[in-house]
Structures are given as structure tokens and as C-alpha cells.
Design a protein around this ligand. Structure first.
Ligand code: AAL
Length: 426
């Protein structure tokens, strides 16, 4: 017994000293290697490198952002053709769907609120009524508009009105997105039966309506297709921003949910999959699959799917990629990303294994006047180069100069300024 312990001890000492020797010979190589090359190698060089240098070769498709197909800046354009009552808070358009191209025109669907007064705000939801909205998306219907060039739009009117009570969605129907499946069209949307804010935050499962053409008429399935999670689960309160794509011959709906208690609210994204547009949808067991972001904005890219992740969470301001459509990695870090981005995704429903990416879409600006008593939102256009088919160097600049006004809009509050003067460090 004693002998075997001694043998084990000897073996460990030999192993340890070998390791030490290897470490010190590695250190020698590192110490003696030449300085990093002047021309940044496009491929990972065979040399010892810092973690940050390792990472630009292992975590991104190229060490230079401009050569990374999933890196882009975003440029914005006002849309022609929508009236907002001078943004007095009584008309709002927000949360656009993906656009689709049909019979020579682009189509978009969106949340449309037209109320006699502006919203009272979620914290005052108790003051809302049948005519007074709580939030910007309360008492809303789903409208649609068409365009020949993607810049000038013509509002066509209501696509999905609130159904009569007690049908799901009788309080508000909002935040829709489109699916084309076997020659038919499906609009998924958030269906509120109680004013947003009255049950804490939003209480809204997903409902669906279908039509033979994007011009309608739309028939409501009048049922919940993606229910809130069970009590105690992350998505027990809301299923927001249902966003359908077709993959593997199935319907993949990505969605967002708000969870945890205010003020520690968290927003993450999950996935529900179905063989049939009317369900049943099965939530993915690994949900949540994206830990950040706000609305859902995804598009097929190569074999996988890419996501614009902005506004909330530890990984906001990133474009992410999941080759298996479930396990997302950060593909690039960017800025000034479109909110509620609803890209034009020509291959959204083609079941592609060679996704080509996106070059434009619609998005929204919320509270456009900055006056919370006149809250309203508007639709805008964004352009980008997250596409394998175009090469737009202006979109690939990795430094954008913002006018000083953009920074000073983020000024200190009076209280912050006074506190900072009072507690100034010496
Ligand atoms: C958004 C979306 C959902 C929320 C609200 C309206 O932009 O995430 O639609 O319910 O805010």
C-alpha cells in the first residue's frame, strides 16, 4: 500500500514538472515571437494572442466589421403618406409587420390607434375607459398600407378590427406579423381582452386571422394560438411580437415576453413551432433563446437565422446568429438600431437553407414629440446592408458621427446635476 502511494506521488511530481516545463517553454515561445504583423491577417494567425485578439477571429466572421456580412449601420427615412394629427396624441401607428411584395406592391400591417384623447399611460391604467386608452397600443386595430417604392405609402384601412366581446382581442388588437403558407396569408397579433396595464403590465396571448389574399377579407380564428406560459413560468403574462418564419417545413414563431417583477423587469425572446398555422404551437424547451432585445426582428441567413437585438438586455445593440435556429451567438455589435424593426425578408417563407439577408424595412419611433401627455408613435423606414447580395460600403462604416444634439438630448436631470455637484470628487 505504502509503495503504491509513493509511486502515485512520484508520478504526480513527474507530471507536474513536465507541465511546468511545457508552460515555461510555451512562455519562451510567446516571449520570443515577433510583434503582431502590420497588415491585419484576415485568417487567424498561428501565434499566441491575447483573448481579445483570439475573439475577433473566433467570434466574428471577419476581424474587420466591414467584411462581416452581419455588420451594418442603419439609415432612416421619413415615410410619405401618413397623417398623425400633428402628433397631438390621438393617432398612432407603430409595431409594423414584415413587408411582403404582392402583385407589384409592398404591403405592411401595423397597430393603428385613433382615439378622442391621448393615452393616460400604463401607471394610470385605472383611469382608462371604453374611449380613453391606457397605453399607446390600447384600443387599437390592425391597419394596412401599400406602396410601390417602399417610401411613399397609401393607407388602405382596417385589416383586423377588434372583435366583439367576449372574443379574445375585444379590447385591442396590436403588434401583428404576417405569414404566407401554402397560398394563404395569416396575421398573428397580440389580443388584449383587458386594457394594457390593468393587470400589471400587458396581458396578451396571440391570436390569428387568415385570408386568401393580402387585401383580405380576414377571418378571425377567434382562439388563442400561443397561450401565455403556466403560472410561475417566464412567459406567464404576455406573448409579445409574434414573428413567423418558415423553416424545416414548419412555422417558427419567435416572440418576446416581459418577466420578473417591476422595476426589475426583464425582456427575452422565445420560440414556438407548429406544423399548421392555426397550431398547435409547441414552445421550445430551451426558451428563452435570445436574452435581450425588445421587439422580434429575424431573417433567414445562410443555413441559419439572424436577429436584430436592440434596446433592452445585456446583449442589446447586437446582430445575432443561430445556425440551428435556436442557439444564438453574437455576430456583430452595432448602434442606432431600428426599434420594432420589421425587415423586408423576400425569403421569409421559402424554407430556404441559403438565406440572403436584408437591405431595408420599416420600424417605429415612439413618443415622437417627447411629450408624455401626447404620446404617439410613427412608422419610419430603415435601410442597411445585412445582405449577401449587395455591397454598400457606406453602410459598413464602423464609426458614425452623431450631431451634438443627439448627445445633449441625453442630458443630466436637474437632480442628477445637483447631486453630482454636491458629491463631486476632489
Ligand atoms: C411593443 C411591443 C409590444 C408591446 C408593446 C406593443 O413595442 O413589444 O407591442 O406590447 O410595445
Amino acid at each position: 500500500m505504502k509503495d503504491s502511494i509513493a509511486l502515485l506521488f512520484l508520478f504526480s511530481v513527474v507530471l507536474f514538472s513536465c507541465k511546468q516545463e511545457k508552460n515555461s517553454s510555451e512562455q519562451e515561445v510567446v516571449k520570443n515571437q515577433n510583434g503582431f504583423p502590420f497588415h491585419l491577417p484576415e485568417e487567424k494567425p498561428n501565434r499566441a494572442m491575447s483573448s481579445a485578439m483570439e475573439r475577433i477571429y473566433t467570434d466574428y466572421s471577419s476581424p474587420r466589421p466591414q467584411n462581416n456580412e452581419l455588420f451594418s449601420q442603419f439609415k432612416y427615412t421619413e415615410l410619405e403618406g401618413f397623417d398623425y394629427n400633428n402628433h397631438d396624441g390621438t393617432i398612432s401607428r407603430r409595431d409594423p409587420s414584415k413587408t411582403i411584395f404582392y402583385n407589384g406592391k409592398y404591403y405592411v400591417w401595423y397597430t393603428h390607434r385613433e382615439t378622442p384623447v391621448p393615452p393616460v399611460g400604463i401607471p394610470n391604467a385605472a383611469k382608462s375607459s371604453d374611449t380613453i386608452p391606457s397605453s399607446d397600443w390600447d384600443l387599437a386595430d390592425i391597419y394596412y398600407a401599400t406602396s410601390e417604392d417602399g417610401f411613399t405609402w397609401k393607407e388602405q384601412g382596417v385589416a383586423i378590427p377588434r372583435p366583439p366581446a367576449p372574443n379574445v382581442g375585444h379590447r385591442s388588437v396590436t403588434t401583428t406579423d404576417i405569414l404566407e403558407w401554402k397560398g394563404k396569408y395569416y396575421l398573428y397579433y397580440q389580443a388584449f381582452s383587458v386594457a394594457s396595464g390593468k393587470n400589471g403590465g400587458d396581458d396578451c396571448p396571440v391570436a390569428v386571422s387568415y385570408a386568401d389574399s393580402p387585401d383580405g377579407p380576414w377571418t378571425a380564428a377567434n382562439k388563442i394560438v400561443i397561450p401565455n406560459g403556466a403560472k410561475g413560468e417566464w412567459d406567464m403574462n404576455s406573448i409579445h411580437d409574434p414573428y413567423p418564419l418558415v423553416h424545416d417545413g414548419k412555422i417558427y414563431i419567435y416572440y418576446k415576453s416581459d418577466f420578473d417583477d417591476r422595476p426589475e423587469l426583464v425582456r427575452m425572446q422565445g420560440l414556438a413551432i407548429a406544423d399548421n398555422p392555426l397550431g398547435p404551437f409547441t414552445k421550445h424547451p430551451l426558451n428563452p433563446v435570445i436574452t435581450s432585445g425588445h421587439e422580434t426582428s429575424l431573417f433567414p441567413f445562410k443555413k441559419g437565422v439572424a436577429a436584430l437585438v436592440y434596446k433592452d438586455g445585456p446583449e442589446h445593440n447586437t446582430v445575432q446568429y443561430a445556425e440551428d435556429w435556436v442557439n444564438f451567438e453574437i455576430a456583430s455589435i452595432t448602434e442606432l438600431m431600428p426599434y420594432a424593426a420589421a425587415p423586408h425578408v423576400p425569403d421569409a417563407f421559402t424554407n430556404t437553407k441559403d438565406g440572403r439577408g436584408i437591405t431595408w424595412g420599416l420600424a417605429h419611433f415612439i413618443n415622437v414629440t417627447g411629450d408624455w401627455d401626447k404620446f404617439s408613435s410613427k412608422l419610419v423606414r430603415f435601410d442597411c446592408d445585412l445582405s449577401l447580395d449587395i455591397d454598400d460600403p457606406e453602410m459598413k462604416q464602423h464609426r458614425v458621427n452623431h450631431a451634438p444634439g443627439v448627445y445633449f438630448r441625453q442630458g443630466l436631470s436637474e437632480k442628477q446635476k445637483a447631486d453630482r455637484i454636491k458629491n463631486r470628487s476632489e
